[in-house]
Design a protein around this ligand. Sequence first.
Ligand code: C2E
Ligand code: MG
Ligand code: MG
Ligand code: MG
Length: 279
Amino acid sequence: AAKAIGRGSYLFFEPEMNARAHERHEMERDLRQALQRGELEMFYQPFVDLERMEVCGAEALMRWRHPERGLITPDRFIPIAEETGLIIEMGAWALREACAEAASWPSGIKLAVNLSPVQFTSPRLVETVCEALGDSGLAVDRLELEVTESVLLQDSQPTLAALCRLHHLGIGISMDDFGTGYSSLSYLQKFAFDKIKIDRCFLSNAQPKEAQAVIRAICGLGHALQLAVTAEGVETAEQLELVRAEGCIAAQGYYFSPPVTAEALRAMLPASGKAAHAA
Ligand code: C2E
Ligand code: MG
Ligand code: MG
Ligand code: MG
């Protein structure tokens, strides 16, 4: 097909490709500056224990507070950060920032932090996590790390070794966006995850009957494998009732709260031990 188009088409594609490369280059420079200038910010989205119907933790989600363009969500900059490797530095910052914040929460409240597969290419990942915990004083068992199955795609030994080391330290390891990848099921056998988070597409894109069938199946699987199953993207009371009835132990979604600033999240938590200490 390429031959049929002919040589002339090269002239057609070149400017567009240059423009894209240029844009990426600019974006990389801007992101590096954003990190240095403190324009990155962590937001937090609570997740709710469905038995007690209480907030039991929060997921840290990165935002870029751009001086002109306002608040930018991660889908717009994480891919570039991953392509350029900058995610290693940004991720280290995110871990430090989120652990420091969570250390001030009541001790029953967990912190979930996302890790990109690219962060596992850093030989310092485990130390970075340990430093964030050590410096903040956050207890190891209050941290959960979320990875998608893409982290296990290449069957990389160093990646698996890092996951195992983190797990042995007592950190919870969650499989994020469960069910959306090529073979989520086979990845459950490669590593002993503690938790699976059912991707929100199963709630949002499905008819209630289908959603129920899928969620029921995943909860059954979780039960059999002794994995905690949680639901993402709960937006309505009906969806909450569904995931609760099918056995999800926790849920997260706009029905409870969107991701909010650290300050706004603190206001959603039960009265913290910190206030008592301050008095
Ligand atoms: P994720 O880890 O699967 O995070 C959940 C995403 O779903 C968040 O998008 C959240 O705002 C959104 N969400 C939560 N509840 C609902 C809902 O009820 N309805 C809808 N429509 N959406 C909901 P966000 O914050 O834009 O983050 C997107 C992705 O970017 C995350 O997906 C995660 O993969 C990545 N990400 C975010 N922060 C970080 C970070 O610090 N490090 C790394 N490596 N990745 C991050
Ligand atoms: Mg996540
Ligand atoms: Mg997810
Ligand atoms: Mg995701």
